[in-house]
Design a protein around this ligand. Structure first.
Ligand code: ADP
Ligand code: ZN
Length: 512
């Protein structure tokens, strides 16, 4: 312990990090660690997990060994620890000063030592530790120890002998993503008491969520950029889309750059470091961007298309507002997103289709709901939130729900009558009675559904089609047409009601 570090956690927090207060449940975790109790801390991304071992490591005599799965993450953490004067080092194959690091470990000159699980589980490393004074084992991304987690790493299973060799040294397991099953497995695997779990809430109250249907993406994103100062991330579904968007959005007033795995490493590195240093730059990226990037003042995250799951949506939007200041998350989605997702799904083996179907249904519920978006998110993570958050689009400006059940029946009937092989444009033309050579040749102008939708309702056809796709009542055919999905019958028989949302913006226009 450096003799100048205060023994009181709050005073040490101010002294070492310059922070005025602990966040969320950080203080509980820190106090447990300081009193030698092993702990599993489950805290969402951005909650400040690193501090819960870095601060005790600084306060207690001896070295804290941090097991961390990615060298890139380790180096980020190393830099931020060193920046506040914590004596830290990594011991990886990428380091050429390994002997010096071992010397510092044995001389008691290290607060933190970062190692990968592959090394930590080797007996050679254990022998190194026996000659050192240790204060804590921190196991980062601890869900990797569990086969139930989404990222099982066999090397995590081999850590136990090292931990058990030092029974007096407390263990702190950290993760952002662990359901109940995984949590129980983690504490069992790492030898932490069941009652040693601290699970922090998933709510990110400073993030304002908004979801809108996509009409013309570029101008929609432009409008968000015009309204939102600060640095932001736009997540695009493909590399090509991220480049197109970056090009369309870049302006002298605001730098917008692309970031994806297809760019040359030096371009990627340059764009990333420019972004980290900038107060108003925008990055158009594929979802890989943001992992391990420590930029607390990202003011907004825009999704140009549907994310893969609620979990990924939460994680990606969670990159906004890590400093706790007001931030925005804006998602633009369209029926095409569900078409593409279901095409991908059809190629999976049946065992995986069920899970993917459930994921899509949860996403459909999030984007189609007239209710509080935050409530949907938090319920998905097993919490019991209030019905209204007051800080999402639907709470702030409740959308008007229009009963479109009859229109949905007409739509599905038209798809059936035209033999489930045409796309949305054709179906719309039939429903609104637009004559063409094609529909005449097909004999579709004689169908009872031809012209069955009055002009006044034609604008609702798009939202109806979107909603039917989201709910799995419409599916894509292999040739770009639409066919009925499992859910169609319930709508056709009138057993299920379909509401479409009139967006708040359209409502406002109507009032004016
Ligand atoms: P996690 O690992 O949980 O995703 P980090 O440890 O990277 O989160 O912390 C996220 C950000 O929050 C960092 O920029 C960190 O400096 C900051 N932070 C952590 N704790 C506090 C605090 N008590 N007060 C202010 N900022 C904090
Ligand atoms: Zn809300």
């Amino acid at each position: 312990m450096s003799s100048s570090t205060p023994a009181d956690p709050l005073a040490a927090l101010a002294d070492v990090f310059g922070f005025a207060a602990f966040r969320g449940r950080q203080e509980e975790v820190v106090r447990r660690v300081l009193s030698g109790q092993s702990t599993l801390a489950v805290m969402p991304t951005g909650a400040g997990k690193s501090l819960t071992y870095q601060l005790p490591a600084r306060m207690m005599p001896g070295t804290c060994v941090v097991v961390s799965p990615l060298i890139a993450l380790m180096h980020d953490q190393l830099r931020s620890a060193q920046a506040v004067g914590i004596r830290a080092a990594t011991l990886t194959s990428a380091d050429d000063d390994q002997a010096e690091t071992v010397r510092r470990l044995h001389a008691g000159e290290l607060d933190l030592l970062y190692v990968a699980p592959e090394r930590a589980s080797r007996s050679h490393f254990l022998r190194l530790l026996t000659q050192a004074q240790l204060c804590l084992f921190a196991i980062d991304e601890a869900h990797c120890v569990s086969e139930w987690g989404h990222d099982f790493r066999p090397d995590y299973r081999l850590l136990r002998p090292m931990l058990d060799a030092f029974p007096q040294v407390p263990r702190l397991a950290l993760t952002a993503t662990a359901d109940e099953h995984t949590r129980k497995d983690i504490v069992a695997q790492l030898g932490i008491a069941q009652d040693g779990m601290i699970v922090a809430g998933f709510d990110r109250p400073n993030i304002r969520y908004a979801v809108s249907a996509r009409s013309s993406l570029t101008s929609q994103v432009k409008a968000v950029l015009a309204a939102e100062p600060g640095a932001g991330i736009v997540y695009a579904p493909t590399r090509a889309a991220s480049e197109r968007l970056a090009q369309a959005l870049n302006s002298p007033a605001r730098q917008v750059r692309a970031y994806h795995a297809g760019l040359a490493p030096e371009v990627r590195a340059a764009n990333q470091s420019a972004f980290i240093g900038s107060a108003n730059m925008v990055i158009c990226a594929t979802v890989a961007f943001g992992m391990g990037i420590d930029k607390p003042d990202v003011r907004f995250v825009i999704h140009a298309g549907l994310p893969k799951s609620i979990e990924s949506y939460y994680q990606e939007t969670g990159r906004a507002g890590r400093d706790g200041e007001p931030s925005k998350a804006h998602l633009f989605w369209g029926g095409d997103d569900f078409i593409r997702a279901r095409q991908r799904l059809a190629e999976l083996d049946p065992a995986r289709q069920q899970g993917e179907n459930a994921r899509l249904a949860s996403l459909a519920a999030l984007v189609e709901t007239p209710q509080c978006r935050r409530a949907i998110l938090l319920r998905h993570f097993g919490e019991d939130p209030p019905a209204q958050c007051g800080n999402c689009d639907n709470c702030l400006d409740p959308p008007e729900a229009i009963d479109a059940s009859v229109l949905a029946q007409k739509y599905l009937s038209a798809v059936v009558r035209t033999r489930q092989q045409f796309g949305a444009g054709y179906v719309k033309a039939i429903l609104t009675g637009q004559s063409s050579d094609r529909s005449r040749d097909n004999g579709h102008e004689d169908l009872s559904v031809f012209g069955i939708v009055p002009a006044a309702e034609a604008t609702l056809l798009k939202p109806v089609q979107r909603a039917l796709l989201a709910h799995g009542a419409l599916l894509p055919t292999q040739h770009g047409g639409l066919m009925l999905g499992h859910e169609a019958q319930a709508f056709l028989k009138g057993e299920r009601r379909l509401d479409v949302l009139r967006p708040a913006a359209a409502k406002r226009r109507d009032r004016e």
